[in-house]
Design a protein around this ligand. Structure first.
Ligand code: NAD
Length: 473
C-alpha cells in the first residue's frame, strides 16, 4: 500500500499540514492501493516562500548553470523511467506503449529545453536599446490527471531554462505518479527551493497559488472551466497566465483519403490515452460520398482493438481513470443514443470480457448532427462521432464550429490541398496524415482551448519578461 503524506518543499520531503485524506484506487482492479493526505493552504504558502528564496539566485543564474540543471534533471528522470511507467499503469491505467513513451518524453523535455536555451539570445540589441529577457519570477505549475509526468516535466523545463523557481501542483488524482516523479527530480540534486511539489485541492492549494502575490506566473493545464477561474483570480495581482485547456478536435478525411492508412490513425487520434486526451480527434468529418465505406472500415478496425489489462503490451485501451470518469462517459454514450445518433460500435456498459475495472467500450456513433451534445462537448473517453459533409467548405465550417480550437487532423493524398485546408482551421496545431506532433514546435489552443503556447522556444518565452535598456553612454 502506498501512503503519500508528504510534500517536497525546499529540497526535502516534509509531512503535510493538511489532514484530509483520499483513497487511491487502481482503475483496473478497483482495489484500494494507497492513501493520499492532501496538502493545504499553509503548505502552499511554505512552498511559495521556498521558491521565493530560490528565485533570488535563479534570477541572476547564468545560461550555463541553467543548462547544467536541465541536464541533471534529464538524467534523473531517465534513471526512473521504469518506475514512472509502472506508476502510470498502476494508478492511471495508462497502456504500456503510451506510458513507456511518456516516461521517455518526460526526460527528453529537459534535454530539448537545454538545447533551446543554448541557442537563445537572452540579450538582443534593437536599434539603440538592449532588450534583456529576464525570468518572470516564481511560477505555479498546475497539472491535470491525464498527463501528469509529461506536463510537469515540460513546464518545469521551461521554468528552469528561463530562471524561474516553481511550485508544482499536480492533480490530487495522481499521488503515486507525483511521488515517484518527485523522488526522481530530487535525485538531480538541484539547489533547495528551485522546485517544490505538493498535492492539494484546487479550491485550497490551487487557489493560494493563483492569488498569492509572490507568484508571478501561472502555467496551467486542465479544463477550460478551471482555466477561467484561474485567469480571473490571477488578474488581481496581474499574474502572467498560460492556459492549456480542453478540446473537441476534428479529424477531416478529404475526398481522396486512403482509408487503409487513415482509419487506424484516425482511431488512434480519437482513442489515444484511453480517450482521455485533450487532443483527441473525437469528431470524424467524412465526405458523404464515402460515408458507408468509412463506417465499415472504422467498425472493422475498432473491433480489432484490445481493451483490458494495461500491463499487457497488446492492450490498446485501458480503463477510465476512476468511477466518476467512467460514469461521465456512460452519460455521454446514453445521450448520443437519446439524441438519435446511430451506434456503430460499443455502447453503454463494460466490455463483456471484463468483470471489473472502469473499462468503457470503444464507441463509435454515425449520423451525428452538429447540434448533438456528443458533437460539441469534450467527452474525455473512447467515443468517436462520425459526421458527413457535402463540400470542402462545409467540412471546414464544421471543423471550426466548436468553442474549442486545440488541434485538427487532416488525411488526404494531396498534401498541398491539406495544407490549404489547414490554413483555414482555427486551431493551434494541424497534423496532416499523422498523429504525432513536433515537440520543439509551439503547442497550445485557440478560442476556449487556451492562451499562450508551450514547448520549444515559445515555451521558454512564456516564462520570460522583456526589459528594454536604452543608455546615453
Ligand atoms: P481540472 O481543471 O479539473 O484540474 C486541473 C488541475 O487544476 C488539477 O491539478 C486541479 O487540482 C487544479 N485546480 C482545480 N481547481 C483549481 C482552482 N480553482 N485553482 C487552481 N487550481 C485548480 O482538469 P482535469 O480534470 O484534471 O483534466 C482534464 C482536462 O484537462 C480536460 O479538459 C483536458 O482537455 C485538459 N487538458 C488539456 C491539455 C492541453 O494541453 N491543452 C492537456 C491535458 C489535459
Amino acid at each position: 500500500m502506498w501512503n503519500v503524506n508528504q510534500a517536497y518543499i525546499d529540497g526535502t520531503f516534509v509531512d503535510v499540514q493538511g489532514t484530509e485524506t483520499l483513497p487511491v484506487i487502481n482503475p483496473t482492479s478497483e482495489q484500494e492501493i494507497g492513501q493520499l493526505t492532501l496538502a493545504n493552504r499553509a503548505d502552499a504558502v511554505l512552498a511559495i516562500e521556498a521558491a521565493k528564496r530560490a528565485q533570488r539566485w535563479l534570477a541572476v543564474s547564468s545560461k550555463a548553470e541553467r543548462i547544467d540543471m536541465l541536464m541533471a534533471l534529464q538524467q534523473a528522470v531517465l534513471s526512473h523511467s521504469d518506475r514512472l511507467r509502472e506508476s502510470a499503469i498502476e494508478e492511471y491505467g495508462g497502456v504500456f506503449a503510451r506510458t513507456q513513451w511518456v516516461s521517455q518524453y518526460a526526460a527528453q523535455c529537459f534535454k530539448n529545453m537545454a538545447q533551446v536555451l543554448e541557442g537563445y539570445d537572452l540579450v538582443r540589441e534593437i536599434g539603440g536599446a538592449s532588450v534583456i529577457m529576464e525570468p518572470v519570477g516564481v511560477a505555479a505549475l498546475i497539472a491535470p490527471w491525464n498527463s501528469v509526468v509529461g506536463t510537469v516535466c515540460s513546464k518545469l523545463s521551461s521554468a528552469i531554462a528561463a530562471g524561474c523557481a516553481s511550485v508544482i501542483k499536480p492533480s490530487e488524482l495522481s499521488p503515486i505518479q507525483t511521488y515517484v516523479l518527485a523522488t526522481a527530480l530530487h535525485g538531480a540534486g538541484l539547489p533547495e527551493g528551485v522546485f517544490n511539489i505538493l498535492l492539494g485541492r484546487g479550491h485550497d492549494v490551487g487557489d493560494e497559488l493563483t492569488r498569492n502575490p509572490d507568484v508571478a506566473k501561472i502555467s496551467f493545464t486542465g479544463s477550460t472551466q478551471t482555466g477561467k477561474q484561474i485567469a480571473r483570480a490571477g488578474i488581481e495581482t496581474m499574474k502572467r497566465v498560460s492556459l492549456a485547456l480542453s478540446g473537441k478536435s476534428a479529424t477531416l478525411f478529404l475526398d481522396d483519403v486512403d482509408l487503409a492508412t487513415a482509419v487506424p490513425l484516425a482511431i488512434n487520434a480519437a482513442f489515444m490515452n484511453n480517450g482521455q486526451a485533450c487532443v483527441a480527434g473525437s469528431r470524424l468529418l467524412v465526405p458523404r460520398a464515402r460515408l458507408d465505406e468509412v463506417i465499415r472500415a472504422v467498425q472493422a478496425h475498432v473491433e480489432t482493438l484490445r481493451v483490458g489489462d494495461p500491463y499487457d503490451p497488446q492492450t490498446v485501451i485501458g480503463p477510465a481513470v476512476n468511477q466518476r470518469q467512467y460514469e461521465r462517459v456512460q452519460t455521454y454514450i446514453r445521450r448520443g443514443l437519446e439524441e438519435g445518433a446511430t451506434l456503430v460500435s460499443g455502447g453503454t456498459g463494460r466490455p463483456q470480457t471484463l468483470e471489473k475495472g472502469y473499462f468503457v467500450k470503444p464507441t463509435v456513433f454515425a449520423n451525428v448532427s452538429e447540434d448533438m451534445t456528443i458533437a460539441n462537448e469534450e467527452i474525455f473517453g473512447p467515443v468517436l462521432s462520425i459526421m458527413a459533409y457535402d463540400s470542402l467548405e462545409q467540412a471546414i465550417a464544421m471543423a471550426n464550429r466548436s468553442d474549442y480550437g486545440l488541434q485538427a487532423y487532416i488525411f488526404s493524398s494531396d498534401t498541398d490541398l491539406a495544407r490549404r485546408v489547414a490554413s483555414r482551421l482555427a486551431v493551434g496545431t494541424v497534423l496532416i496524415n499523422r498523429c504525432a506532433t513536433e515537440l520543439m514546435a509551439p503547442f497550445g489552443g485557440r478560442k476556449q482551448s487556451g492562451l499562450g503556447r508551450e514547448f520549444g522556444v515559445f515555451g521558454l518565452e512564456a516564462f520570460l519578461e522583456t526589459k528594454t535598456v536604452v543608455a546615453d553612454d
